[in-house]
Design a protein around this ligand. Structure first.
Ligand SMILES: Cc1cc2nc3c(=O)[nH]c(=O)nc-3n(C[C@H](O)[C@H](O)[C@H](O)COP(=O)(O)OP(=O)(O)OC[C@H]3O[C@@H](n4cnc5c(N)ncnc54)[C@H](O)[C@@H]3O)c2cc1C
Length: 392
């Protein structure tokens, strides 16, 4: 029997674990799968905005890799520094606090699934003032946001969405409405001006832009579209139109891109260049594939698309391995956007939206009336993902 093919997966997130688990399940006797990832745990993204209202807690969204390892997937913890597609090698450095069990890995197939990097380096003043910024995107920064929103009594809030593509289209609007809800709950909302600056021509995703605008009107949130933040000062931001907005609380999502090693390995400029949404191989290298947010796809960057792209990547590998039976997958999703609570109750209401990319133009689904049940549905959906990928 010929030796098993060595498959290295970069990133132990939604896409990386979906690839690793499915590949071991479908072709475990043909492949040896190693996931290289930064931390010995994973933290889910979608419900992080609810950490601000206190409706979510870390213990519900953090998972370890024990069960995945039990399935036969190998793990190396460290930060991938570089990929050499010509030599088929991945190099990594320590990601404190865990020593990697290898500093270099060779592969027959590489799946690149490290998600995104938040990059504010193109914004003037970011280097000096980054610490004044918060977002719902990262543990630590979301806690700073929470403390500020729960303690400050007056001021100006600026929320910012960079140009698409960025991870999770509605998250900036979710941030604005979550902040409003807490301020209203505390009875201080009238002492705050809340401005959402969006580099896109409408709040994202476009399918629920009207629902977001309607909610903003009721909450008195100002919306500024088509302007990028080009400067962050100590207490103000400046936009590409030259407008200056003061802030006491800043929640600006930095522009997103693939980790630097992708560009340095010649795998793409801002994003990993795939052949097509269904063929996740690199345009030049047959043995290097992408999955998840890192891939340049004509779709929004979210968990469902990340997961579906991972299954397509597995099918590409199964093809190569000569496995006939493929995974059933298509690009379509249902999502929920948290739109806060206008009465200030700490019971977030959400709207429903969906896109099915099997149709041209994509078929849309939506219920623009915010409901508590949709927040509960989103929680079930997120917990199911964690259960299916990490808990058994
Ligand atoms: C605040 C927030 C809200 C969101 N809301 C929604 C939502 O409502 N609906 C929805 O569908 N999606 C939502 N998302 C998006 C969703 O979480 C992502 O689309 C999904 O996680 C993408 O999967 P991925 O595998 O590409 O990346 P990730 O799940 O981020 O996994 C990437 C993994 O790679 C690791 N890694 C990165 N770089 C390296 C490196 N150099 N070396 C080693 N390891 C590395 C990371 O540590 C991580 O474990 C949200 C995300 C956030 C943060």
């Amino acid at each position: 029997m010929s030796a098993k093919k060595k498959v290295v997966v970069i990133g132990g997130g939604i896409a990386g674990i979906a690839v690793a688990r499915n590949l071991v399940e479908k072709a475990g006797d043909l492949v040896d799968v190693t996931v290289v990832t930064k931390d010995p745990f994973y933290m889910s993204g979608p419900s992080r905005p609810l950490l601000v209202t206190g409706e979510q807690s870390y213990d519900r969204i953090v998972r370890g890799y024990e069960k995945v390892a039990e399935k036969g997937v190998k793990f190396v913890f460290g930060t991938v520094k570089s990929v050499d597609p010509a030599e088929r090698k991945v190099s990594l450095v320590e990601a404190p606090t865990r020593a990697p069990t290898a500093s270099e890995l060779s592969y027959d197939y590489l799946v690149v699934a490290p998600g995104v990097v938040f990059d504010g380096s193109g914004i003037e003043g970011y280097r000096e003032n980054w610490w004044r910024n918060t977002t719902v995107y990262e543990p630590g920064r979301v806690d700073v946001l929470k403390r500020r929103v729960w303690s400050e009594t007056k001021g100006a809030v600026v929320v910012y969405a960079p140009k698409q593509p960025y991870r999770c289209a509605p998250a900036p609007a979710e941030t604005a409405m979550t902040i409003y809800t807490v301020l209203k709950h505390r009875g201080v909302e009238k002492n705050f001006r809340i401005v959402h600056i969006d580099a896109n021509d409408k709040p994202q995703p476009p399918v629920i832009a009207d629902a977001i605008k309607a909610r903003y009107e009721e909450a008195g949130i100002e919306l500024v579209t088509g302007q990028e933040i080009v400067e962050i000062g100590p207490d103000y931001v400046v936009t590409s139109a030259g407008e200056k907005f003061p802030y006491t609380i800043l929640a600006a999502l930095e522009p997103n891109r693939a980790p630097r090693f992708v560009e340095e390995a010649g795998l793409g400029n801002r994003w990993f260049e795939v052949r097509s949404p269904q063929d996740l191989r690199h345009v030049k290298y047959d043995d290097v594939l992408a999955a998840g947010d890192v891939a340049k796809l004509p779709f929004p960057k979210n968990q469902e698309i990340a997961y579906e792209s991972a299954l397509f990547a597995v099918n590409n590998l199964l093809d190569d391995l000569g496995v006939g039976e493929k995974l059933s997958v298509q690009y379509a999703f249902l999502g929920w956007a948290y739109l806060g609570n206008l009465e200030g109750k700490l019971e977030t209401e959400s709207v429903l939206f969906g896109l099915n990319f099997n149709y041209k133009p994509p078929k849309t689904t939506k219920d623009p009336t915010p409901k508590k049940e949709y927040t509960e549905a989103k929680d079930k959906w997120e917990q199911n993902y964690l259960k299916n990928l990490f808990d058994h």
